[in-house]
Each structure stands twice: as C-alpha cells, then as structure tokens.
Design a binder for this molecule. Structure first.
Ligand SMILES: [Zn+2]
Length: 428
C-alpha cells in the first residue's frame, strides 16, 4: 500500500439493512441469555482492509470515498461467516441404501450389527486413494461454502488403522491448502473399534496411544483429538486414557458425548477442559454444572436427530442452565448426510426451540469458540478476520424462517469475494 493512497479500506459494504455483528466485546463465547444479543445494526456498514475488518458501525458514520470498492447493502442482511464445528466430511462411499432400510423400520444399531453402517464407510475409505478422497472432499467443501460455511472442522475416523487414519489426516491437511475455507483438523481414531480389531480391542487402543496420537502431534496433522464415548464405542476409562495422551502431546480435546446413553462423556470432557462436548442428548444436571465450570462449549447436532428420526437434544435446557451452545451439521454419510448449516439453523429453531438470535450466535461466535477460533472468527468486529456473508433478504429472521431456500448471494472470505451469485447488483 502506498502512503498517498486516498483509501483506507479495500472494501466497504454500506447501507446494510440488517447487519448482524454478534459482537463479543472480548468474550470467548456467549452463554445463557447472552446468546440473544446478536449486536444488530440497522443501516449498517462494514469496512474491510486486507483480510481484516477495520470499521463496523452505521452508514452515517462512514465516508464512502475512503473505500476502493463499495457494495450497496440496501435490502440485504450481512452476518459473520458460519462456522461448522463438527463434520466428518472426508470419506468415500455413500449409504443411500441404508436410508431406505431405516425409513422402512431398521434401526441404526441393527444396520450396524449386520455389518453395514460405519463399517461400509470404513471399507470404502480405506480402499480410496488420497486423490480420490481429496476430489470428493473438495466438492463437499464447495457445498459447505454455498450455504455460508466459511470455517469447517473435519474429523478423521473412517480409516481406523494407523496407516489409513494418517491418510485421512493428510487429506485434511491438503484441503487446508487447496480450499478457500479455513479447515480445522481433528483426529478421531477413537471413533469406533474397527471390525478387524473386534477381538483385539486393547491392541487398537494401544495403537492410538502409542502410535497414532504421538505421530499426529509430531507431524502436526491435527489440532484436536476426539473420542466417541458411548456403549459400543469407547468407555469413559478408555476415553480418559486417550484424552490424557492427547493432552500430554499438546493437542486440544473434544468428546462425542452422551448421544445415545448417559455414559458420562460430557463430564469427561469437562474434566479435561475440552473445547467442546458434542451431541449431548442425555445430560444430567451435574454434567451441565461440570461443563459450565470448565468453559466447554455444548455442540448440538439437530441434523442427526432429523436424519435418524430421533428425539432432539434439549438445547433449550442447556441455554437456560447457562451453557454456551453451538449448532453444527455433523455432516457424515451415516447419520446426517448434509453440509447445509442453514438447514440445521431452521431445525434448531423448530425442533430445539432456539430463538433466531440464539441460532445465529450458535453458528457463529459459539461455534468458533468450539474450535478455539473465537478470538479471530465468529463475529463482525474491528480486528477480526473478514469472513462475511451477504444474504439477499432485508431481515436476518428470513434466513432460518424461509426454510430450504438459500438466500446467500455473496461470501467474503479473508476480505476477498469467493462466491458471488448476484454480481451485477453490486456494481451499482
Ligand atoms: Zn460426529
């Protein structure tokens, strides 16, 4: 940048009818009643320079001549880029035949027991080359972006051998470099005990503890380690040893907790100060108190309950008892085949009884906190990374309300337009 440039902003979005800032004012997340404060500004303006937000306020407070490029935000809603803090997007093979079986009455557990379910995905993912996984995953990230996700977490967990878990994590690393989205990597070697370790449970856990987790830490293949604590997956004691090894190696931790039964995964997450505990369909009051104390974000996944036809987690209760709640897709081929975060927003409203304001907080700031990213992402505030969405609707409430219809017209990622379906409208 030259000193005689008249500009101090690369881009200004001005006259925004609804600017949803979700301003955090320095806090890591919003909990309880705070979740309803989305920092709405009417006739708002956002200035961006380089990759950062440099101005947030009303149109009357900003000088358009200081911006190199101006977008007219009249009739539009601008929000922070959505953060999807829980996905399993790297996999090969889809399971549409199981969808039909389940709809006809077979349970998820029955399908799993008959050799289907996750084992099908594991087989297909092991057989796929890195190039094939990369191609499939890049396409899925494009779909995420088309619905407004600008940061996504991706877990391994369909390789389930040392070699194939590393392969998945290397694919996730490559996605970070190849795709415009911010990608956060999580090692979920502890997804389930794979079929070929059925009678060698201890051997599999030893592989995780002594080989995979140290290798992942040494080669920086993941930022977090996640454990599926559930009957039929990993016990609390097994989970504890896996999380302990992760923490010893300097990795952050997350837990798939209390989805099908109240096993105590959320309390285990709290014990380790995990960034998030996810699912949370069966929580006791003591679990909630423990999570509150540890500052663990409660991630609920309404798409799973929708897809499997199961009751929803009681997110209302989590908010009322003062937890920070985030909403994510859990995009995966078995229990939620969707990258569409906007769909989850609608279901979080209709089936989990979140208000529209709580929903926006849950997919922005709180979701960023579930990935240790809320210092730079998740709200529209000066100094934060310029990840913004422009919707072609004059009110933010339209977005989850007009369900199944995508009103997103522009995505700005790190200050750059990366998706723009209505270009001509921005040139006036
Ligand atoms: Zn999951």
């Amino acid at each position: 940048m030259t000193h005689d440039s008249p500009y101090s902003m690369d881009l200004l979005i001005n006259h925004i009818t609804n600017l949803v800032t979700v301003r955090a004012l320095g806090s890591r997340f919003k909990r309880g009643k705070e979740m309803t404060d989305i920092g709405l500004i009417r006739d708002g303006a956002v200035g961006i320079d380089n990759e950062r937000i440099v101005f947030v306020g009303t149109s009357s407070d900003v000088d358009e001549s200081r911006a190199k490029y101006v977008i007219n935000g009249k009739g539009k809603t601008v929000t922070p880029g959505f953060v999807d803090s829980h996905t399993h997007l790297v996999f090969a093979g889809t399971r549409e035949h199981e969808f039909s079986l389940r709809n006809a009455g077979a349970s998820y557990a029955e399908i799993h027991r008959s050799g289907g379910g996750i084992n099908n995905t594991v087989r297909a993912t092991r057989s796929a080359s890195k190039e094939e996984l990369l191609r499939l995953s890049l396409h899925r990230l494009d779909t995420c972006l088309s619905f407004g996700t600008t940061t996504v977490e991706i877990k391994s967990g369909y390789g389930l051998t040392f070699e194939h878990e590393v392969k998945m994590l290397e694919v996730i690393q490559e996605l970070r470099e190849r795709h415009v989205l911010d990608v956060v990597s999580t090692c979920l070697g502890a997804h389930t005990i794979p079929f070929d370790y059925k009678d060698r449970r201890q051997d599999y856990i030893a592989m995780l503890l002594d080989q995979l987790i140290p290798y992942v830490a040494e080669h920086r293949l993941a930022e977090f380690v996640d454990v599926f604590c559930e009957e039929g997956a990993f016990s609390i004691d097994e989970g504890r040893s896996i999380l302990q090894r992760a923490v010893d190696k300097g990795l952050g931790v997350k837990v798939h907790a209390d989805q099908l039964t109240s096993l105590g995964g959320s309390r285990l997450a709290a014990e380790f100060g995990a960034v998030s505990a996810d699912h949370l369909d069966h929580l006791s009051d003591e679990d909630i108190v423990a999570m509150k104390r540890s500052g663990t974000v409660a991630v609920v996944l309404p798409g799973v309950s929708l897809f499997l036809g199961l009751p929803m987690a009681d997110a209302r209760r989590l908010i009322e008892q003062g937890l920070p709640v985030a909403v994510a897709t859990d995009a995966n081929p078995g229990s939620c085949m969707s990258e569409n975060i906007q769909l989850m927003m609608t279901v979080a409203g209709t089936m989990m009884h979140l208000t529209v304001e709580e929903i926006f907080t849950a997919v922005t700031l709180n979701a960023a906190a579930a990935l240790r990213r809320s210092e730079i992402l998740g709200s529209i505030e000066v100094g934060k990374q310029a990840d913004l969405l422009i919707f072609d609707v004059p009110s933010y409430e339209m977005i989850p309300y007009h369900m199944g219809v995508n009103h997103l017209s522009c995505v700005i990622k790190r200050g750059r337009k990366v998706l723009d379906t209505m270009q001509e409208k921005f040139n006036d």
